[in-house]
Structure formats: structure tokens, C-alpha cells
Write a protein that binds this ligand. Structure first.
Ligand code: NAP
Ligand code: GCO
Length: 265
């Protein structure tokens, strides 16, 4: 019987995947048989990524592309289709966060976050969908967040973008499901990557950052996630195993969204 989780023969493009969550997902796809394409904003990050993939024995193709730039994205996808093949699996992973209290945030800063975290997945998806339709199907995975469901101090732009990304996911599923395109989201919990490093920095006396302790107490698994925790869920959503799963957000959060919090002692 064919392995329903195999990605053999598939071209998978993961945005912003030189390190962090994107890298872990791409590595898992490569191990499941896919050819990996990734991009980053600068050549130096692409080169770092290429070295990291090589160290894992993965022959990835790396390109420079800012995902917020529609012309650059269209050129990038045309190049990938010519040099590698039609994108069968797209992961919209590239993202930024700005932790600024809302009333202190400029509209330009707000827009910048929306641009990378919401507009870019729209631009990228729109660039790959026509060829997916011609080929008979495809998979799009949007990397959402706890902030697709929850708010907190300082992350208004990020929460607005990730909440919007959840709805873009459902809309792509609604609009293109009939073409055998499945668009789903992954909502990672708090994952230890450079993006969250400032929230985990040790204090001068060597103790944990208060936010670090807060997250451990909020998470039934009682730990931060590792990028590798997202590998299995991503392979599932990229593979034939999820062919009738569409418009779903799979939260991979160690149970945060299920938990009311520790009862007072
Ligand atoms: P990260 O360590 O900061 O990595 C983000 C990647 O996106 C970097 O490679 C970055 O490139 C790239 N990027 C940013 N803007 C870009 C642009 N305009 N064009 C192309 N690439 C761009 O973040 P991460 O923690 O791995 O997060 C990956 C995704 O998961 C993000 O969407 C994030 O919001 C989401 N997420 C993270 C967590 C978490 O706890 N870490 C939880 C939920 C969701 P540079 O090399 O330029 O930095
Ligand atoms: C923050 C964090 C989060 C996470 C993640 C949670 O400041 O609260 O950076 O937003 O990165 O997206 O799922």
C-alpha cells in the first residue's frame, strides 16, 4: 500500500525558511521525499540556509525574494516553475512581529506587519494557484498563530494579521477547493526560535524571564515547543493523507488553547 504521508515527486516551497520553523518544516518535507525550494530577503541568509540544508544532506534550492513585493514574487515563481517545476506545496511561513503597545505604534509599523504576515501570503498564494489548477491540485499551508485566536498586550498588528490569515485560509479553501486545492493553517503555540528569543532571555541573576515562566504555566505540556514539533502536522497537511481536510487551522500548541490556566493553590 502506498504511504499516504509520502511527498515523493512533489515540489515544496517554504517562504522564509533559512532557519526556525520554516527550516524544520522544509527538512521534514525533504525527509518525506519532496524537493525543497525556499527564499529569504537577502543572499547572505539564503547562503546560510543552503549550508544548513546541506549539513542535513538536503539539496534545497534557495532564492532571494521579499514576499511582500508582488513583482519579485511573480518572477520568483516563474523561475521556480522553469528551473524546478510547478509548486505542489506552498507554505506561507515568512513572518515578522513588532511588540509595541498599540497607542505607541505608528500606522507605518502596523502596515509593515500586515504586509509581511497577511498581504504576502495572499500574493504568494495567488502566484501559485493558477499552475496548481492546471496541474490538478495543490496544498497551501499558512502559518498562523495563537494570535489567530487570542490577543495580548503589544501585539495588535500581529494578532490582526494572523487573525486575517486564518480567514484568508478559509477563503482560499472555499474558493479553490473545487480544483482539488487544500488550504489549511498551522497555529503554532510558543515555539523556541529567534522570533521569541527576547521572551526567553535569562535575567541578570540567571533566573527565567517572567514571560518564559508565564508560557510554561499556560501550556499543559509545560514547555516551549521546538520547531520540530511542527514537522508531523506539516507533513500531514502537505500529503494525500489530508486530501479531504480543507480550511482547517491545526493548532500545535501543547494544549494552550484548551486550557483555562492553573487553579490558584
Ligand atoms: P523567525 O525565526 O523570525 O523566522 C522568520 C523567517 O521569515 C526568517 O527567515 C525571515 O528572514 C523571514 N522573513 C521575514 N520577512 C520576510 C520577507 N519579507 N520576505 C521573505 N522572508 C522574510 O520566525 P519563526 O519563529 O521561525 O516563525 C515562522 C513563522 O511562524 C512566522 O510566520 C511566525 O509569525 C509564525 N509563528 C511563530 C511562532 C513562534 O513561537 N516562534 C508561533 C506561532 C507562529 P530574515 O532572515 O530576514 O530574518
Ligand atoms: C508574542 C509571541 C507570539 C508567538 C506566536 C504564538 O509576542 O506573544 O511572539 O505571538 O510568536 O505567534 O503563537
Amino acid at each position: 500500500m502506498k504511504n499516504p504521508f509520502s511527498l515523493e515527486g512533489k515540489v515544496a516551497l517554504v517562504t522564509g525558511a533559512s532557519y526556525g520553523i520554516g527550516f524544520a518544516i522544509a527538512k521534514a518535507f525533504a525527509n518525506a521525499g519532496a524537493t525543497i525550494v525556499f527564499n529569504d530577503i537577502k543572499q547572505e541568509f539564503v547562503d546560510k540556509g543552503l549550508t544548513a540544508y546541506e549539513a542535513e544532506g538536503i539539496k534545497a534550492r534557495g532564492y532571494v525574494c521579499d514576499v511582500t513585493d508582488e513583482n519579485a514574487v511573480n518572477e520568483y515563481i516563474a523561475k521556480v516553475e522553469k528551473e524546478v517545476g510547478v509548486v505542489d506545496i506552498l507554505v506561507n511561513n515568512a513572518g515578522i512581529i513588532k511588540r509595541i503597545p498599540m497607542c505607541e505604534m505608528s500606522a507605518a509599523e502596523f502596515r509593515q506587519v500586515i504586509d509581511v504576515d497577511l498581504n504576502a501570503p495572499f500574493i504568494m498564494s495567488k502566484a501559485v494557484i493558477p499552475s496548481m489548477i492546471k496541474k490538478g491540485g495543490g496544498k497551501i499551508i499558512n502559518i498562523c498563530s495563537m494570535m489567530s485566536e487570542l490577543g495580548r498586550e503589544t501585539v495588535s498588528a500581529y494578532a490582526a494579521a494572523k487573525g486575517g490569515l486564518k480567514m484568508l485560509t478559509k477563503n482560499i479553501a472555499s474558493e479553490y477547493g473545487e480544483y482539488n486545492i487544500q488550504c489549511n493553517g498551522i497555529g503554532p503555540g510558543y515555539i523556541a526560535t529567534p522570533q521569541t528569543a527576547p521572551l526567553r532571555e535569562r535575567q541578570a541573576d540567571g533566573s527565567r524571564h517572567p514571560f518564559d515562566s508565564f508560557i510554561i504555566a499556560k501550556t499543559p505540556a509545560a514547555r516551549w515547543g521546538d520547531p520540530e514539533d511542527l514537522a508531523g502536522p506539516a507533513v500531514f497537511l502537505a500529503s494525500e493523507a489530508s486530501n479531504f481536510v480543507n480550511g482547517h487551522i491545526l493548532y500545535v500548541d501543547g494544549g494552550i488553547l484548551a486550557y483555562i490556566g492553573k487553579q490558584p493553590q
